[in-house]
Write a protein that binds this ligand. Structure first.
Ligand code: PAF
Length: 280
């Protein structure tokens, strides 16, 4: 496995690949866990060469403290990536990705006007900036993203469509701890008390699926909000039941054949997201 830190070195490594070599890209911000392992392993299975980028992208953080506190563990990440079978780790500096400030403004209306788009202004613009930069640098055949970031996945698909990238976007299912907590790099920031309460997020979502079978969309959303409130430690930021394609809130189950509930909740100081499929 090669560790490269510059665009020039990465391009050099990629240019030595024979014609027709299939390249898979797994974009990450490091602090790797089992969720990333599943993306990397899938890419290794499906491609000849797997590039994993490790880059904490400043343009997608709307909160300076969140950026400062984001875990950075490159040495441990490289050890894991070697084990997972990655071929190239691309760990650039900010200057390497953004030699000049990126002033591009993307519009993903209506996908970016709801949920994370409302609560993290500018977040998806930053994600689109870095992901398009990575797509341009690596030119992968396939790129792998986790379904935990459900809205991000929809936006990246739209980015690919709008910018005419011929890249196959491969969504990968959420990986969970035994107690249901969705794996996330942010979990390492949870206090012991936070770690005890965090699984209540998935428990509320999972229990709401059976509840939804005999209740309306609004009742189901209230069920989840009440369960989060009952926990006493978690603080709900939003819970939206949306059409999984347009991400617009639905009022009636009959409105769509693909209904997904998306949640953001604070567990102490740490903001966690998760989602659950009701239909589709
Ligand atoms: O999902 C993430 O970790 C990041 O948003 C991504 C896609 C690597 C872009 O920085």
């Amino acid at each position: 496995m090669k560790l490269v830190e510059t665009v020039a070195d990465l391009k050099c490594a990629l240019s030595s690949l024979g014609q027709g070599t299939k390249v898979g890209l797994v974009p990450t911000m490091g602090a790797l866990h089992g969720g990333h392992a599943s993306l990397v392993k899938r890419s290794v299975d499906e491609n000849d060469v797997t590039v994993v980028s490790v880059f904490v992208n400043p343009t997608q953080f709307n909160d300076k403290n969140d950026l400062k506190n984001y875990p950075r563990t490159l040495d441990a990440d490289c050890k894991l990536l070697e084990k997972f079978g990655a071929d190239i780790v691309f760990a650039p500096s900010v200057e390497e990705i953004y030699p000049e400030p990126d002033t591009r403004v993307f519009d993903f209306t209506p996908l970016d006007k709801v949920m994370e788009g409302v609560h993290r202004p500018g977040h998806f613009n930053g994600v689109a900036q870095v992901v398009s930069r990575l797509f341009d640098i690596v030119s992968p055949d396939r790129a792998y993203f986790g379904e935990k970031d459900f809205q991000q996945l929809a936006i990246i698909r739209e980015l690919v469509r709008k910018c005419n990238y011929s890249i196959d976007i491969r969504p990968c299912p959420i990986v969970r701890e035994a107690d249901g907590l969705a794996l996330s790099s942010r979990n390492t920031l949870l206090t012991d008390e936070g770690r005890r309460h965090a699984p209540a997020i998935h428990a509320a979502l999972a229990d709401s699926v059976a509840y939804a079978a005999s209740h309306t969309v609004a009742e189901t959303a209230r069920f989840v909000a009440d369960r989060i409130a009952e926990d006493g430690y978690l603080r709900l930021e939003y819970y939206e039941i949306v059409d999984g394609r347009t991400l617009q809130p639905i009022a009636d189950w009959a409105e769509t054949d693909y209904a997904v509930g998306c949640i953001a909740a604070y567990c102490g100081e740490i903001r966690l997201i998760d989602n659950i499929k009701y239909k589709g």
